[in-house]
Design a protein around this ligand. Sequence first.
Ligand SMILES: Nc1ncnc2c1ncn2[C@@H]1O[C@H](COP(=O)(O)OP(=O)(O)OP(=O)(O)O)[C@@H](O)[C@H]1O
Length: 553
Amino acid sequence: MGGQVQQPSNAPHYDHSMSSYPGLQAGDVSDAAMARWLQSAGLQHLASPTASPSLDPRHFPTLLMQDYARHGLQNFEDRQKLFRLMKSMGGGMEPGVETFSPLNYGSGRRNGVDGLLSSELHGDIAGGILDLHSIDDVELLSEDIGHEPFEVSPFATVTERGFKNESEDLWLTNKVPNNKQRSQTENSSLRSSSFEKEVPAKDSMMNLARIKVVVRKRPLNKKEIARKEEDIVSIDASGNSLTVHEPKLKVDLTAYVEKHDFVFDAVLDEQVSNDEVYHVTVQPIIPTIFQRTKATCFAYGQTGSGKTYTMQPLPLRACNDMLNLMQHPTYRNQGLQLWLSFFEIYGGKLYDLLTDRRKLCMREDGRQQVCIVGLKEFPVSDVEVVKDYIEKGNASRSTGSTGANEESSRSHAILQLVIKKHSNKKEDKGGKLVGKFSFIDLAGSERGADTTDNDRQTRIEGAEINKSLLALKECIRALDHEQGHIPFRGSKLTEVLRDSFVGDSRTVMISCISPNTGSCEHTLNTLRYADRWWLPTSNCLSAKCQTSSLAYL
Ligand SMILES: Nc1ncnc2c1ncn2[C@@H]1O[C@H](COP(=O)(O)OP(=O)(O)OP(=O)(O)O)[C@@H](O)[C@H]1O
């Protein structure tokens, strides 16, 4: 995979200043030159009028970004070639294969494809693709809140300057903060909450991408450094692309490095703090929870790649922001209450992590709403209490030792924060659901393949985990393709998550990766898993949709 694509000497030169899109305009390049250029990347069939009658090669660079899915570029290898070709158009692209020399790639920053991908294109990646069903099990807040709650807010102007600039912009533009922004967001997190005095405008809330994929790279750990392992993951200065430098051997045993490029909504390097992860991923979604949204944040990745490290602080911060937002005049007298529950899926069964691992039962009601019978919800009005719940729940998780992590999670842990609206009426026993945020620390992605796991129980666990991760991917893909049938029943995990994917939902996936040479294969698998969520569909052709569709190997 990822073979070398050399830009031929007769390749057309693209003047990036020519248009808003940094490509050429129709007619600038002859068909023959374009054909040769495509041929050089193994994409000659795209230049052939018979292969794709409606594709005019002269428009090709523009189409790459805007319409390629319509023109048969769904083939995985073609997309890979296309991506490399585009990257070579961006200039400064090194050949895909380089002679291997031991060096630390992780510390270097490289020019990537950012010049090709406008900030606009980085935005609302998959708008609408999950909005298949509307659900009616949620309680709308009163008219003035449910419809235009923020227009009359005296804080609206402040919001434009405050919230939007600090957090939402990071979300919308998919930029990882630079050092200056980092210190600003760090400071903002030290203020107890961005939402204390500010509520974002409804429009800006609803403009948030429905799905966001963020990659987080952890630093090399002591063992890896002691083994003199290399850091083989370099992150581009643009903050949304990375390169994996895979060490390989030729048949004649010559060492070389194969480069694999990926583009995501955001890529966070090893220096990024948990606070920054929160600002980039979860924080912008918090206000939407008050607008009947169901949000989900996953951490996916190999054992020991930092999923738990990444996920643990997020609900705590989210609680803090939610509680602060509840105190805002807009919501203060609405009878809202925050509830917390924490359970795990282990071996296809559900256990309550806050009530001594009591076994739970999942049921569907007549409206196909998921209900976890026996799951205890705790009211939350103080962040300190949440800390205790998280610690208690994590201590109850099924863990074991693997080759990669001594305290490895063997289950999917799901912490849910639910906002309910309570009335004084007698018949209002449990309150009506307003919105929900699920935080999911998935079990290690490679559990079935860890060769040091040689006891039967661990292998069975691994098989179950792999099954559920596959099911999760299938569901997202089905939703993405707007297929009528969503295979939620493929695993307990997807059944439980069913209501979080339909209706007005927001999903953030944080792919955690280990940077060491020994994890290269798992790292590539993690990045491919995250990427393949984004297969382009005919209904997902907005310009903003294309960026992530190009994030593949
Ligand atoms: N970004 C990071 N910065 C510093 N240390 C980290 C980072 N990410 C992970 N670690 C450390 O790496 C180790 C493994 O992390 P963690 O337990 O979160 O992995 P995991 O992906 O949850 O593993 P598993 O799937 O086996 O549970 C921990 O000791 C953790 O503190």
